[in-house]
Design a protein around this ligand. Structure first.
Ligand SMILES: NC(=O)c1ccc[n+]([C@@H]2O[C@H](COP(=O)([O-])OP(=O)(O)OC[C@H]3O[C@@H](n4cnc5c(N)ncnc54)[C@H](OP(=O)(O)O)[C@@H]3O)[C@@H](O)[C@H]2O)c1
Length: 307
């Protein structure tokens, strides 16, 4: 464990993004030195120039092509998605490596789906397990930038993990304490119908401070970055109704019916968080189980009158 230096300087990439905004707010509240950039990650010259000019000790990469209004956009814009999520992300990582800068990548855990070994209610996916969800182009770019199969050597090589300066945090269905359009709860509360499947979720108020602890201690490797446990859509919406919007009603449909109204498939899975929980214990930081975390989140939301 490295000692936290008072001279740390954080540079957030993708400065206008949703997660980036939350990170900036938290770092500022903590009195940390933080700047942001919107320089394109794939522009190698501009990236190197930005790193030279701003001289960060830590880059927080919250940039990524996520699609608007949702990941279905990536299905029709594959080159642009690769340019950001593969070429850009790797370029930024490599430039940070050349400059000796620690780089935290806000990645996604939507690279798995329940299977025979990982059934609903069973064991979660551990960090080292191979991605098994390729239902969306967005998820495919995100998983392939982490790992690649080298058939000639008959060995699996993890591209990102090869770099000795990288921390990869896999978020899933992130939730904020307000009803921002990017919030998973906002999304499902606005759909005509929702599926009802348990999933791992990331409550940003619980997890983003943990990302700063891990970054400033120069932790490395891959972490499933969600609250422990899994929660179903109906459980989320029942808590939303209880704490935030008492008159809220919703309807369910099956995953087969859902597939008729979306272009890209959606990942459903539970991630194993024991690696993250154990690591954060070293720093005296605990993350609430997902049902407790949602209750606390909706209480904060109701107090902020985000209805
Ligand atoms: N929100 C989710 O559901 C979710 C779930 C899991 C993981 N994540 C990951 O977390 C990260 C942040 O997500 P978010 O929700 O904050 O997304 P967001 O609001 O869409 O922000 C992403 C930001 O990245 C910028 N960007 C895209 N391509 C870029 C490039 N090549 N170079 C520089 N900047 C670029 C975008 O700018 P432009 O709009 O100008 O392109 C945007 O400001 C993403 O990597 C995402 O994949 C998000």
């Amino acid at each position: 464990m490295a000692l936290v230096s008072p001279k740390n300087k954080f540079l957030i990439w993708g400065g206008n993004g949703w997660v980036a905004g939350h990170l900036k707010m938290i770092l500022e509240k903590q009195g940390k030195d933080v700047v942001t950039t919107t320089v394109r990650m794939e522009d190698r010259e501009a990236v190197l120039k930005t790193l030279d000019e701003l001289k960060p000790t830590h880059v927080l990469n919250a940039a990524g092509c996520t699609g608007r209004p949702n990941v279905d956009w990536c299905e029709d814009n594959k080159e642009a998605t690769i340019r950001s999520n593969v070429i850009g992300s790797l370029n930024l990582t490599d430039c940070c490596y050349l400059k000796g800068i620690h780089c935290t990548v806000f990645a996604t855990g939507c690279i798995y789906e329940y299977d025979e070994k990982h059934e609903i209610g069973g064991e979660g996916f551990r960090e080292e397990e191979e991605a098994n969800f390729a239902g969306s182009f967005y998820s495919a770019t995100k998983s392939k930038v982490e790992e690649v199969e080298l058939s000639c050597a008959n060995e699996r090589v993890w591209i990102m993990k090869t770099y000795p300066n990288v921390l990869i945090l896999r978020l899933r269905m992130p939730v904020s304490d307000d009803l921002h359009a990017r919030n998973f709860v906002t999304k499902i509360s606005q759909y005509d119908r929702v599926v009802d499947i348990p999933n791992s979720n990331t409550i940003l108020t619980d997890l983003l401070p943990a990302s700063i602890i891990l970054a400033e201690n120069s932790e490395l490797g891959v972490y499933n970055f969600t609250n422990p446990g899994a929660i179903s859509h109906n459980e989320v919406l029942s808590l939303f109704k209880k704490y935030v919007r008492p008159d809220f009603e919703w309807k369910n449909f099956t995953i087969e019916e859902q597939s008729k109204v979306i272009k890209a498939g959606r990942s459903n899975c539970m991630l194993d968080t024991s690696k993250l929980v154990n690591k954060l214990k070293e720093y005296g930081y605990t993350i609430p189980e997902i049902h407790d975390a949602y209750e606390q989140c909706f209480i904060r939301m109701a107090q902020g009158r985000a209805t």
